[in-house]
Design a protein around this ligand. Sequence first.
Ligand SMILES: O=P(O)(O)OC[C@H]1O[C@@H](O)[C@H](O)[C@@H](O)[C@@H]1O
Length: 290
Amino acid sequence: MLHAANVVYLYGGHVTSWKNDHGEELLFVSSKAMFKPPKAIRGGIPICFPQFGSHGSLEQHGFARNKFWSIDTDPPPFPTTSSNKAFVDLILKPTEEDMKTWPHSYEFRLRVTLGPGGDLMLTSRIRNTNTDGKPFTFTFAYHTYFSVSDISEVRVEGLETIDYLDNLQNRERFTEQGDAITFEAEVDKIYVSTPTKIAILDHEKKRTFVLRKDGLPDAVVWNPWDKKAKAMPDFGDDEYKHMLCVEAAVVEKPITLKPGEEWRGRQELSAVPSSYCSGQLDPQRVLQGS
Ligand SMILES: O=P(O)(O)OC[C@H]1O[C@@H](O)[C@H](O)[C@@H](O)[C@@H]1O
């Protein structure tokens, strides 16, 4: 399915492409990615639901990224619907077979919107449709793979002084230093209760990605670096240099929905020239801008 500069796969409800006005791809997708079951597509924006990571009884990052979604032809109204935006609505519901692994009935509606300025918005609405009166609990992430020129030239701003759970140290809790984050080794951290706006500055490309999120308190930052890259069959040995995952997420405090209740989580991405944060990469300016 194509929407201007935007490609969405029904497999995984997965956005695999987002381009700017110059036709440059802004999302990373591995040259070794497979676009069919059983593995999720390596790159783009996998949806992690109902389990982020390996903590829990389900497969790593849950099953939503490995299912075929459908077009939602009659989505309930969105309060923010505006006529000058291109969007597509997808829906995921469990089959009887699925309910053997996760015994809950739900409707997961995903709206992917391309704004007039080229911004990419993803809104998830998850409703508990259990008829047995039971609540369910989940964790969630938009596992966004940003395309970057050279990881060693990238910095992330907005997570300074924030607490994180280190996935490389059994989710032990630490506090990030006062400086913007830079990369020189494997990183796999779950920042908890972060600001709603995070900036990813690509120095070489003179490009800044701005991620805004709502309903998603946490943010995961992941780069596998060289050793783990080599161990991943669907990822090139050197590709870690050209990607960074910054993932709007709900991990530390899972969401519980009673029957009839709905949760909403929204992520908005924009890509702007780095001159946007002139005054040279001053975090306050990036974070207070627009
Ligand atoms: O290989 P997967 O299942 O797509 O996961 C990739 C990575 O995803 C990140 O979100 C996790 O924090 C990492 O621990 C994990 O390695």
